[in-house]
Design a protein around this ligand. Structure first.
Ligand SMILES: Nc1ncnc2c1ncn2[C@@H]1O[C@H](COP(=O)(O)OP(=O)(O)OP(=O)(O)O)[C@@H](O)[C@H]1O
Length: 303
């Protein structure tokens, strides 16, 4: 059984299409990183999975259940770290976690959960006095209550210091070792890279790539970004010539400077293409493609 399955999910908010026929599957037991720039539709997807928002069309299942039909059953088995979370200023950390355990009908010891997120020493302080990072840790402890089958973490490392971000990764691994599935969103590639088995890249409500980190890495292996400066901005002929060189994947133009993504050693062919089209090359440089570049290429919003 898939932990999460989305079939052609579209969500429109008035003028905005937040999700555009999104189809995606997260398998049981995997850590799935859901990547995308601001406004890509990550939180909307999560809200639909938990029935906080209804899709305009399409359907989904979470742990085999339809969230629209069984929202309570879904939320009982899912630990959620939402994007915008709220704590009760006058209740202590321990009371918050106990509340979460009770609502999940769990039998965890609240102190054990608070220790896992490293705020046990603040257990009996009112959450209203917690710092931002401490509050986030508290909400994470609440998400872990009741040994959820699926953890849904929306931007879990935002607001955490580097130690907190590392601890978050450790907790994700522990949860997967226990048998849980982890679905977490981020706009920061390196955090996803460090812990995810697979990533899905969302851009403007569409899934533009879904693969293992290893395959994405292979896709970048041998890839280069070539920056070429011509004496004058290129005409259409020169652009077409560069684009038609074998191995060239993408050409972006900014005045007389071109940024060219390519695979293999095609640098000389590209430079020749410009020269043959009557353009003088005044400068060029190459840089190996990183996963970060790949992410940028996938999510670049075309003008
Ligand atoms: N309640 C709403 N009303 C109108 N538009 C909305 C609403 N919720 C989301 N949107 C729009 O839907 C699009 C996707 O937003 P969403 O919050 O899902 O993106 P995101 O990928 O989570 O972004 P971020 O990384 O900034 O949190 C955006 O254009 C947003 O403005």
């Amino acid at each position: 059984m898939a932990a999460i399955k989305l079939d052609d999910v579209t969500k429109r908010f008035d003028e905005v299409t937040a999700l555009d026929e999104l189809s995606m599957t997260v398998e049981e037991g995997e850590v799935f990183g859901f990547l995308g720039p601001n406004g890509a539709g990550k939180s909307t997807t999560i809200d639909i999975l938990l029935d906080f928002v209804r899709p305009t069309s399409g359907s989904c299942t979470v742990l085999g259940m339809d969230p629209q039909r069984q929202p309570e059953a879904v939320r009982r088995r899912v630990g959620i770290l939402p994007d915008g979370y709220h704590v009760y200023d006058r209740l202590t950390g321990r009371q918050h976690v106990q509340f979460a355990i009770d609502s999940k009908a769990g039998d965890d010891d609240p102190m054990t959960l608070l220790e896992r997120v490293d705020i046990a020493d603040a257990a009996d302080r009112k959450a209203g006095g917690y710092s931002k990072g401490m509050t986030q840790r508290l909400v994470l402890a609440m998400a872990l209550a009741g040994e959820p089958d699926l953890l849904v973490l929306d931007e879990p490392t935002t607001g955490l210091d580097p130690a907190g971000a590392r601890e978050m990764r450790e907790i994700i691994r522990e949860e997967v070792d226990r048998g849980a599935t982890v679905f977490f969103s981020s706009h920061i590639l390196e955090q996803v890279e460090a812990v995810a088995d697979r990533v899905g890249i969302l851009s403007e409500g569409e899934l533009v790539a879904v693969d293992t980190i290893d395959n994405l890495r292979d896709a970048t292996a041998g890839g280069e970004t070539l920056t070429v400066t011509l004496s004058t901005p290129p005409d259409d002929n020169a652009l077409a010539a560069a684009e038609s060189v074998d191995g060239v994947q993408d050409v972006a133009v900014d005045g007389a400077t071109l940024t060219i993504s390519c695979q293999g050693n095609v640098k000389m062919d590209v430079l020749d293409a410009f020269e043959s089209a009557g353009h003088e090359v005044v400068d060029f440089s190459t840089e190996e493609t990183s996963l970060e570049d790949l992410f940028m290429q996938y999510t670049e919003v075309s003008a």
